[in-house]
Design a protein. Structure first.
Length: 343
């Protein structure tokens, strides 16, 4: 592709899973045009997301919001791009994108030759704001959707599957007194309501693992908001809260198995191709990590008459047109699958 723009400025929502996918998206852009300056504007989690992007020196992260002094400084810093030829992109969302974000993005695309690309969210003002308006296709898994966007922007998809670069450090396992492939990482809680395991389910899964694989250590991971719940199990498992991204990557990559719900850590495990069991309770089908060939994904399609709890083909045929079509996965199904994986 002809070097048309000086900068690509991507407005991202600051969540963990979305940021991983954004890395996959922008890595493809960089492989097309290494001279294009890539900037990611985030409203939160700046320090954590910067850790993730550490191995990608061509990614520049800018914190911009109205809630902190540092965020406000970031908003003003965006002004330096006004007189440059920019490709500005606002991230897709199943809801309505903030009008505030749209206005800032529009200001950065006023210079001649610039372009503002966004996704249809039902707001009439879009036709006056965007140079190019795309459709957010929730019928396909998110990496496949991003590949279509890459092509619609005129670039070539050079990297087919998501993955993550990180600095490997054998000392991290030594610090935690762990041996490679001798432990299971269990991330049972999610920030989104309804996706977490219940307390009794966490307890039962831990007990099941201890009986089924007594030689394997169990590691519970989570964020600071999960600490109170996870500490209830510290006598049965090693509880690790708020791990730095480098430690978390090393921990996941050397594990025998990862067990998690539909959350950012599950995507991190799948970006690393870790053997995984992902239980997608009340999640959305397009975000499930089918891009990881080492992942087993369990789900329940609401109102489905089949006695099936896995398989991409079955999910696609029974989900209908509903984005939020997944429900609760019975604990018996989870245990049966774990028994097969561990046998």
């Amino acid at each position: 592709m002809e070097n048309k723009y000086k900068n690509l400025i991507y407005f991202q929502n600051g969540s963990f899973g979305d940021f991983l996918m954004m890395i996959f998206f922008l890595e493809n852009i960089h492989l097309n045009d290494c001279d294009l300056n890539l900037f990611v504007v985030v409203p939160k989690n700046y320090e954590f997301l910067s850790q993730i992007a550490r191995e990608y020196p061509y990614l520049n992260i800018i914190l911009a919001n109205r809630k902190s002094m540092k965020g406000l400084v970031g908003v003003f810093k965006l002004g330096k791009f006004i007189f440059s030829k920019n490709l500005v992109i606002t991230a897709p969302t199943p809801g309505k994108l903030s009008f505030y974000i749209k206005i800032i993005a529009k200001k950065l695309s006023f210079f001649r030759g610039s372009q503002l690309v966004g996704f249809e969210d039902g707001q009439k003002i879009n036709k006056f704001i965007y140079s190019k308006l795309l459709k957010y296709n929730t019928r396909i898994i998110y990496p496949d959707f991003l590949k279509k966007v890459i092509e619609e922007l005129g670039f070539e998809v050079k990297k087919k599957l998501p993955e993550l670069k990180y600095g490997k450090d054998e000392n991290i396992l030594r610090e935690l007194s762990l041996e490679e492939k001798k432990y299971i990482v269990f991330n049972p809680l999610a920030a989104t309501k309804g996706r977490s395991f219940k307390l009794e389910e966490i307890s039962e899964i831990i007990e099941f693992l201890k009986v089924s694989a007594p030689e394997i250590e169990i590691i519970l991971t989570g964020s600071s908001s999960d600490k109170k719940i996870l500490n209830l199990f510290e006598e049965k498992a090693l509880v690790l809260i708020n791990l730095e991204i480098l430690k978390l990557c090393n921990l996941l990559d050397s594990s025998k198995l990862f067990i998690g719900v539909d959350t950012g850590t599950s995507h991190l495990a799948s970006f690393l191709r870790v053997s995984s069991l992902v239980v997608a309770q009340n999640g959305t089908p397009n975000w499930l990590p089918y891009y990881n060939s080492n992942a087993v994904i369990l789900y329940t399609v609401n109102h489905c008459k089949h006695d099936l709890y896995e398989g991409r083909e079955h999910l696609e045929s029974c989900r209908g047109n509903n984005l939020r079509c997944l429900g609760y996965v019975p604990l018996k199904i989870i245990k049966d699958k774990l028994r097969k994986i561990l046998s």
